[in-house]
Design a protein around this ligand. Structure first.
Ligand code: 0O2
Length: 226
């Protein structure tokens, strides 16, 4: 089923009395929402590239290894609204979900993460909503990353609108760990035994990775001071 059909079915499901043209209107509002979040992602990515380029000009190196982004799929948006018992509508998605637009920033060193986070949170165009530091306070399973949710201003033909963007900032090593853990999490719904035997090992790897991140940062400083 394509995204349009999925939205149409979900809308018909929750508002069965709607006439077909009203359903198309709700669908169009979902499209507008996607456009808004897509634009917000572009604005955040542009700002991150500006920071990265400035850093490179000043210090002859880039703090950002790469930037990834994604818009939550219609299936995930409707699924999350259902799970959290929120109404299924574009207005409800906008009011209740703050991770429809996601940007992931992969940095070389831990200090780069805090430098980028600091610049973003102090940027006067962005309105900070939430910060979660899973680097100083890792999750029980070993997950490490720095999360920021901020509102980005999007200027369209009808005026300015704020759209929340979830930004995850982490090192290459943390990202490596998180992608494997994500796979385990996904698999564990099908085979809990396999997942249980790997959980401890993953936690250990997270600690090793954390100490490697620190050593790499220290070595980088030593090399730079030579
Ligand atoms: P996806 O598919 O990546 O989008 P909240 O109730 O808002 O406080 P929430 O929504 O869990 O809690 O927010 P949190 O903790 O900031 O996590 C948001 C995202 O961070 C997740 O999005 C994951 O991308 C990532 N994340 C958080 N914890 C873990 C973890 O233990 N392992 C991995 N691999 N990623 C994690 P989604 O929507 O879960 O998934």
């Amino acid at each position: 089923m394509d995204d349009k059909e999925f939205y149409l079915d979900a809308i018909r499901d929750v508002v069965p009395t709607h006439k077909e043209d009203q359903i198309q209107d709700v669908f169009y509002s979902f499209l507008e929402l996607e456009h808004l979040y897509d634009s917000a992602i572009e604005i955040v990515k542009t700002q991150l590239n500006i920071f990265d380029n400035e850093f490179s000009m000043r210090f002859q190196r880039n703090p950002i290894h790469n930037i990834e982004s994604r818009i939550k799929s219609p299936q995930s948006i409707v699924g999350k609204l259902r799970r959290k018992n929120f109404p299924i509508s574009p207005e409800s998605a906008k009011k209740n979900l703050f991770d429809i637009a996601g940007v992931r920033v992969i940095c070389y060193y831990i200090e780069d993460i805090y430098a980028i986070a600091d610049l973003l949170t102090k940027h006067s165009s962005f309105k900070l909503r939430k910060i979660k530091d899973y680097i100083r306070n890792p999750k029980k399973n070993g997950y490490r990353s720095f999360h920021i949710i901020l509102d980005a201003p999007v200027y369209t033909s009808t005026g300015m609108e704020l759209a929340p963007v979830e930004i995850q900032i982490r090192t290459i090593a943390m990202d490596f760990w998180a992608s494997l853990e994500h796979q385990l999490h996904y698999k564990s719904t099908g085979d809990i035994k396999i997942a249980a035997s790997l959980t401890t090992e993953l936690k250990e790897c997270s600690e090793i990775i954390s100490s490697i991140d620190e050593r790499m940062q220290d070595m980088f400083k030593k090399i730079n001071s030579l």
